[in-house]
Write a protein of this length. Structure first.
Length: 325
């Protein structure tokens, strides 16, 4: 199962087909303007408003619909995925909608808010130590589980589903200059970049990482996939010890760079979203605004993809007190 081949860029036609497949299940989310004290022109792509509170409903929905197009019996034995929470919810939500069983492999540091949501959606969970869980992503599967494996990152169908966000951004803001996207495994940022580069080549798409686990930034600096030290934090939806090798050629080609944010910067961005925009964002979802708030952010129209809002209430309360969880 290991040794996956490099992921090729998805085409505009594939992204448009994905939009047709997920219409009626994934929402077309709003692009809301936010006024920053710096005077920057910032727009928020609010994937927090999806039925599961995260963009993951798009890629998982497209992957499963594509499988059914190939064969009506493709999902008869169910589906499974490996996820810290949001992809798990996306696969589980779509599995429940389609009436098929779902299993989710989760790392042992997955937050309770996301685990509870997975349980409510009717999925079975298998908890593994983080390193073994990461190996499931590398291997593209886990022995002994029946069904179709929906990879949370390295699946062109998932990437195309994520790319529908890029279509929606440009339809509402055709002259967007910079788009900041949280970077976990690269499936979201690369999908959006494939869509945007096809329609507005002048726009630049940046990955957003957190200082406690920023392998894409380190890999860009080294010119090759590079492992980094990993520290668990409240920013649990992104960050790892390294890149998925099959994603490196795509991500390094379509993304303009990586903006690494501190935990304090992410916490400030989440607090600002909650108090000024009335938007609840999780740690990963806050990194895009944290990047836009940096003093060296570029001029022009900036879009921040707020990827998800599944944060533990206790952590949000700490952030709203002006502290870092």
């Amino acid at each position: 199962m290991s040794g996956a081949t490099p992921i090729e860029p998805v085409t505009l036609a594939e992204i448009q087909a994905a939009r047709r497949r997920i219409e009626g299940s994934a929402l077309r989310t709003p692009l809301a303007r936010l006024s920053l004290d710096s005077g920057r022109d910032v727009y928020l792509k609010l994937e927090t408003l999806q039925p599961i509170g995260s963009f993951k409903i798009r890629g998982s929905g497209n992957a499963m619909a594509s499988a059914l197009e190939s064969s009506p019996d493709a999902l008869a034995r169910g589906v499974y995925t490996a996820s810290a929470g949001n992809m798990a919810q996306g696969v589980a939500w779509n599995a429940r909608r389609l009436g098929v069983p779902c299993t989710v492999i989760v790392p042992d540091n997955a937050p309770e808010a996301k685990l509870s949501a997975i349980e409510r959606l009717g999925a079975r969970t298998i908890k593994l130590p983080f390193d073994r869980w990461w190996q499931v992503l590398v291997d593209h599967g886990y022995p002994g589980i029946d069904g179709v494996f929906v990879h949370p990152v390295s699946d062109p169908r998932v990437i195309a589903g994520n790319g529908t966000i890029g279509l929606e951004i440009l339809e509402e803001l055709p002259d967007a200059d910079t788009i900041y996207v949280p970077y976990g495994g690269g499936g979201l940022s690369s999908g959006i970049a494939c869509a945007v580069r096809a329609l507005r080549p002048a726009a630049r798409i940046f990955a957003c990482e957190v200082e406690t686990a920023a392998p894409f930034a380190a890999s860009l600096a080294a010119g090759r996939p590079t492992p980094v030290d990993y520290r668990a934090s409240f920013v649990d939806g992104i960050g790892s010890r390294g890149l998925l090798p099959e994603m490196w050629p795509l991500a390094s080609a379509v993304l303009a760079g990586s903006v690494v944010c501190s935990l304090a910067e992410v916490a400030r961005a989440i607090a600002l979203l909650a108090t000024r925009a009335r938007v609840v964002a999780e740690g990963a979802g806050g990194t895009s605004l944290a990047a836009a708030m940096k003093p060296d952010a570029p001029p022009g129209k900036i879009v921040c993809v707020v990827s998800g809002g599944n944060i533990d209430a206790a952590k949000l309360a700490v952030i709203l007190r002006g502290e870092v969880p």
